[in-house]
Design a protein around this ligand. Structure first.
Ligand code: FDP
Length: 333
């Protein structure tokens, strides 16, 4: 039997590929892995344990009802990072403002982490795949002081690591440090993430498109034309593409990463800036997409070039196989 490569082994083996290899980034990835195992444990109990299903009763800064599991997941990550001594602050979908950790040790941390603890949370109560998305940056403020807003508002090109955890039929952690994309599947019997998808490449073209087509009458006419093209026989497959919309960005992205496809969340009447958040949804998946050979744009501009202006900024999002994203953009012109 060949030896399994655990996430830990892999991080240690590849530490030197990371430009600032001091072991600190590795410890952040280990913290994320641990927090994700705690979340997975709760996700698996949804439906059985009272504290897991349903709404928390709060509305977050996005105007969305927080689910109980959103809050559980947010706390799991915050606690892991706060204790790390490597992370000086975080920003997440569930907190109106960023959090600067107050301990002397945390202030010495060189990194900030931005994350969506549970993406696709409207799917929690109906047993459909959900995910966690994360993005890691080196702080730009002085080490030793508190984390600042400038640490959080960096363009996607400054990310040093990014990834996601998908709580699906199995639990997977997929990440990049700018040297390709690797995927690990959790073996629940030993509690370890094991390398299952080395050097992931997104097919250049595909036959899946993912968009909430309920919004079709509220979109740019060019996009309506592109969706018609997807549904026609004019594309490279000679038959209509298959529509697949899970409504969990991570799950839709993961399918497209493996099989090829495009995910679109455009500007619509109800969300004229788009719905998805630049910092902890779009940028991390854009980094992964580009590292795997795909593309991520607003329909016009590269996502990772945007200089953020606020923590919860939203943008239109076109991400996936390179040729498909380019084709969609050609319709928007
Ligand atoms: P959710 O709000 O449930 O966390 O904001 C992210 C997101 O889900 C994506 O994961 C998902 O693709 C999209 O929003 C769903 O939005 P619609 O219900 O408008 O399609």
């Amino acid at each position: 039997m060949s030896r399994l490569t655990t996430l830990n082994d892999f991080i240690l083996l590849n530490q030197q590929d990371f430009p600032f290899a001091t072991g600190e980034l590795s410890s952040i990835l280990n913290d994320i892995a641990l927090a994700s195992k705690l979340i997975r444990r709760d996700v698996r109990m949804a439906g059985l344990a009272d504290h897991i299903l349903g709404a928390e009763g709060n509305i977050n800064v996005q105007g969305e009802a927080q689910q109980k599991l959103d809050v559980v997941a947010d706390n799991a990550f915050i606690n892991a990072f706060m204790a790390s001594g490597v992370v000086c602050g975080i920003a997440s979908e569930e907190n109106d403002d960023f959090v600067a950790f107050e301990t002397v040790d945390a202030k010495k941390g060189k990194y900030v982490v931005l994350f969506d603890p549970l993406d696709g949370s409207s799917n929690i109560d109906v047993n459909v795949s959900i995910g966690t998305i994360f993005s890691v940056y080196r702080r730009v403020s002085m080490v030793g002081g508190p984390a600042t807003l400038d640490d959080m508002l960096q363009p996607g090109t400054a990310q040093v690591a990014a990834g996601y955890v998908l709580y699906g039929s199995s639990t997977m952690l997929v990440y990049t440090t700018g040297n390709g994309v690797n995927g690990f599947t959790l073996d629940p019997s030993i509690g370890e993430y094991c390398l299952s998808h080395p050097s992931m490449n997104m097919p250049e073209n595909g036959r899946f498109y993912a968009m909430n087509e309920g919004n079709i009458n509220e979109c740019d006419l060019g996009l309506v034309e592109y969706i018609r093209y997807c549904q026609s026989r004019e594309n490279q497959t000679g038959k209509p593409y298959s529509g697949r919309y899970i409504g969990s960005l991570v799950a839709d992205f993961h399918r497209n990463l493996i099989k090829g496809g495009i995910y679109i969340y455009p500007a619509v009447e109800a969300s004229p800036e788009g719905r998805l958040r630049l910092l902890y949804e779009c940028n991390p998946l854009a980094f992964l997409a580009e590292q795997a050979g795909g593309l991520a744009t607003t329909g016009k501009d590269r996502i990772m070039d945007i200089v953020p202006s606020s923590l919860h900024q939203r943008v239109p999002y076109f991400v996936g196989s390179k040729i498909m994203v380019e084709k969609a953009m050609s319709f928007l012109k």
